[in-house]
Design a protein around this ligand. Structure first.
Ligand code: GUN
Ligand code: ZN
Length: 439
């Protein structure tokens, strides 16, 4: 490192920096500092060892007692469902009909889609989330608006237009052909542009004909590194419906398997009622399950079996699934995962949970070389957490010294109130309740 080279970056000073390179290891730097240059992490260490005088930096951000972590990563969330969070009384299929489809219809108006997409991404940032795998809606223009909003904010986002050509209202239906064509154009425009990537997005088996699923499989070969995302085995009524709609498939997972939609770039939300064969198929194909605990308890869908996933060697990620989920905070998802696992007799550690929502989710999404830790050369996608922004957490932390206990309190009591600042590619995009205006 050339220590005399002029610096044009920023230095962040914090009470501690924390990152979670493995499920059992926390790298903890009390009195930490992090230097950002050209959007990337240039240096990370103890502030006493900072190899440059402070006046060489464009800006110094002294965050006092705050903690710095890699930005959170949400592996399954719906851009158009903010207005349906906390909708009363229904389980999955009725919830979709009564609340969700009407909300997604609003994205047929490109002006609505533009402003709501920006607001959605700003809300992710306010919750400390810097990257997400996002379900758009069935509308091509709205999906363009979502990608444009992420591009303007410099975010690494994976997203796709929903494919849905049956068992849905006419106002949300595409056709096998129109869905294929629109997805192909979106792939062309967005996949690999800046930090954006495309996910082929059949909503779930019941809302696609066999012709559409075949088209979805064909889309996967249009470019290198495409993702697919969908839902699987979330609710018992849904599972029974899939059985009747696809009598020739061995099971729900097989519907996706037979159309070439299962590989290590496939992210399937939920997976609560899987058979032995389905677990094995997920393990063999390398498909990932996005576990969505606040959604699963809220919609009464079921309890994810973390032990089974570990035993079967199925890769996991953790996700909010807003608006079925009840919070965009990945700290809240982690807390709910802990409770769900407890109900199944499994103890998840704070380190495992914090690893999951940072480096673990980055690896599950094949983004581990770019984001997920505070390592030098990674993109500077960061969240600054002020632990005393929650009175309960502040009081709890007051009595504990041990790091693992402090991290556990953070997971269980933390939420978006703690987000003091969020940085994306070295730009501060959210600070103390204010999103940086996009010019
Ligand atoms: N299954 C099909 N669509 C959806 C959706 O929007 N949310 C959830 N939670 N499950 C689904
Ligand atoms: Zn979902």
């Amino acid at each position: 490192m050339n220590q005399t080279a002029p610096l044009t970056g920023a230095v962040l000073l914090l009470a501690q920096t924390l990152d979670f390179p493995t499920p059992s290891d926390c790298r903890h730097q009390p009195q930490g500092a992090l230097v950002i240059q050209q959007g990337r992490i240039l240096w990370h260490g103890d502030r006493a060892d900072l190899p440059w005088p402070r006046d060489q930096f464009d800006a110094v951000y002294d965050y006092g007692n705050a903690w710095l972590l890699p930005g959170f990563i949400d592996s399954h969330v719906h851009a158009a469902q903010m207005p349906v969070i906390a909708s009363w009384g229904e389980q999955l299929l009725d919830w979709l009909e009564r609340y969700t489809f009407p909300a997604e219809r609003r994205f047929e108006d490109p002006a609505v889609a533009r402003s709501a997409s920006g607001a959605f991404l700003d809300s992710l940032l306010a919750h400390g989330t810097t990257t997400a795998l996002v379900f758009g809606t069935v509308h091509e223009d709205a999906t363009d608006a979502l990608f444009e909003a992420a591009q303007t904010r410099g975010m690494a986002m994976i997203a796709g237009k929903v494919l849905m050509d049956r068992n849905c209202p006419d106002f949300l239906s595409d056709t096998a052909q129109s869905g294929y064509d629109a997805s192909a154009r979106l792939i062309q425009r967005w996949h690999g542009t800046d930090r954006l990537r495309y996910a082929v997005t059949p909503r779930f088996a019941p809302t696609s004909t066999e012709a559409q699923l075949e088209g979805a499989g064909a889309l996967m070969s249009l470019a290198e590194g495409l993702y697919s995302q969908t839902h699987v085995s979330e609710n018992p009524a849904e599972v029974a419906w899939v059985k009747s709609l696809f009598p020739n498939a061995r099971d729900y997972v097989d519907v996706y398997e037979r159309y070439g939609l299962l590989n290590d770039h496939a992210v399937l939300a939920h997976g609560l009622h899987l058979t032995d064969r389905e677990w094995q198929s997920l393990a063999n194909t390398g498909a990932r399950l996005a576990v969505c605990p606040t959604s699963n308890t809220f919609l009464g869908s079921g309890l994810f079996d973390f032990q089974r996933a570990e035993d079967e060697g199925v890769a996991l990620s953790l996700a909010t699934d807003v608006g079925g989920g009840t919070s965009l905070s990945q700290l809240v998802s982690a807390a709910e995962a802990y409770k769900v696992a407890q109900l199944k007799g499994k103890k998840l550690s704070a380190n495992w949970l914090l690893h999951r929502i940072t480096q673990g989710n980055a690896e599950a999404l094949h983004l581990g070389a770019e984001i997920g830790t505070l390592d030098v050369d990674k993109q500077a996608d960061l969240v600054v957490l002020n632990p005393v922004a929650s009175q309960n957490l502040a009081a709890r932390l007051d009595g504990i010294e041990a790091l693992d206990e402090r991290l556990f309190a953070l997971v269980i009591l933390g939420d978006e109130r703690l987000t003091q600042a969020t940085w994306v590619a070295g730009q501060r995009r959210y600070c103390n309740g204010q999103t940086t205006p996009i010019s």
